[in-house]
Write a protein that binds this ligand. Structure first.
Ligand SMILES: Cc1cc2nc3c(=O)[nH]c(=O)nc-3n(C[C@H](O)[C@H](O)[C@H](O)COP(=O)(O)OP(=O)(O)OC[C@H]3O[C@@H](n4cnc5c(N)ncnc54)[C@H](O)[C@@H]3O)c2cc1C
Length: 347
């Protein structure tokens, strides 16, 4: 018998879709991704992007407060024992993701810890092949494989991730460590300008580091950066090293010149990379319609339909604009309801 619904992915979108489809008695099967060195290096291990961060202060339902006893009670012991000790007030990314996953499992979601590597959407039921070589069949599929933030790949950048280096200004900009401090944003597109502008609400000053002498951002956005007295654009510069120490995390940056000027060292307590995201859609090439930037294309406004009837998409894999845990969870709910109604209409 084919599965009624298979969900591919492991972030807030996938687990929310699982909660909804499980409660609708569709007995979802979730492919949460494989635990491999390759997935570790690309940042696509099970539990998704949120598991790569520390505090999550903007997901509703988690005001500051000590969650330790609740985490011990809510999360299965075999999972809890491998989690980092709860050390902060409020919720951390890994804690939140374990809670959402557990909620899906509590309603009967079955989980396979492998990647989906191949798909046949021409066949009905759909055929999916996992990284262990097994094949599965499904009447409906929800793709929620997310995206990953691009980093420059500097060793110092990796060393200070979550200790001042971030790839999400909206997520991390309001953290106390960045308040009234000088910050650095790397990038030159609309997103970089928007992030720099956003960070000026909290920062003392924002350096926008761009490798050319003109921003890639649209004229109106570029003007916003140039006119903002708190933003100083460092033209013709690239980030060469994040400076810091164990006690303070990031303390500054060393910038290289692209036009032969000497290196420049700036004090900064935070470095925000804004050099784009890569959606996890390589395995979908030629199977589903993708956008120019390789995101899954939603084909109907306010629905999670894709170019293949019976295949739905949720979360950052189809959203290159909002990119938040709560919006991913929201579209995960939408995909579950879309799939449930599509299946019901065919019975
Ligand atoms: C450093 C950082 C900090 C952030 N902080 C916040 C924050 O504070 N608040 C906030 O709202 N948002 C935050 N975000 C953004 C948020 O994490 C994302 O918007 C959200 O996680 C997107 O969820 P998603 O469900 O689309 O999938 P993702 O979280 O991207 O997860 C998708 C997962 O699916 C799995 N997968 C991928 N391909 C396959 C495959 N072929 N087969 C099986 N499984 C697969 C992988 O495990 C992958 O990790 C942050 C992001 C980053 C990078």
């Amino acid at each position: 018998m084919p599965e009624k619904v298979i969900i591919i992915g492991s972030g807030p979108a996938a687990w929310t879709a699982a909660i909804y489809t499980a409660r609708a008695e569709l007995k979802p099967l979730v492919f949460e991704g494989a635990v491999t060195e390759e997935n570790r290096l690309t940042g696509t291990l099970p539990l998704g992007q949120l598991a790569l961060t520390t505090e999550v202060e903007n997901y509703p339902g988690f005001p500051a407060g000590n969650l330790e006893a609740y985490l011990d009670d809510a999360i299965a012991r075999d999972k809890r024992q491998f989690m980092a000790p709860h050390s902060k007030e409020g919720v951390s990314g890994p804690e939140l993701m374990e809670l959402i996953r557990q909620q899906a499992v509590n309603f009967g979601t079955r989980v396979v810890t492998h990647d989906v590597v191949q798909l046949d959407f021409d066949a009905r039921p759909f055929k999916l092949t996992a990284s262990d070589g097994k094949t599965y069949e499904a009447l409906a599929v929800i793709v929620a494989t997310g995206a990953r933030a691009n980093y420059l790949g500097l060793p110092s950048e990796a060393e200070y991730k979550n200790r001042g280096v971030s790839a999400c200004a909206v997520c991390d900009g309001a953290l106390p460590r960045f308040r009234n401090q000088p910050l650095v944003v790397v990038g030159g597109g609309d997103a970089a300008v928007e992030e720099a502008d956003y960070l000026t609400k909290f920062a003392g000053k924002v350096y926008l580091v761009h490798r050319r002498d003109e921003l890639r951002a649209s004229k109106i956005m570029a003007r916003r950066a140039i006119d903002n007295p708190k933003i100083e654009i460092q033209w013709n510069r690239t980030l060469d090293e994040v400076l810091g120490n164990d006690a303070d995390g990031v303390t500054g940056v060393r910038l290289k010149s692209t036009v032969g000027e000497p290196d420049l060292v700036l004090d900064a307590s935070g470095v925000f990379l804004s050099i784009g995201h890569t959606p996890n859609t390589a395995f979908l090439e030629g199977k589903l319609e993708l956008t120019e930037k390789k995101y899954v294309k939603w084909t109907t406004p306010w629905r999670t339909y894709t170019s293949v009837e019976g295949v739905f998409a949720a979360g950052d894999v189809a959203d290159d604009y909002f990119r938040q845990a709560v919006t991913a969870a929201g579209t995960g709910c939408m995909a579950a309801l879309d799939a449930e109604r599509w299946l019901a209409a065919r019975e």
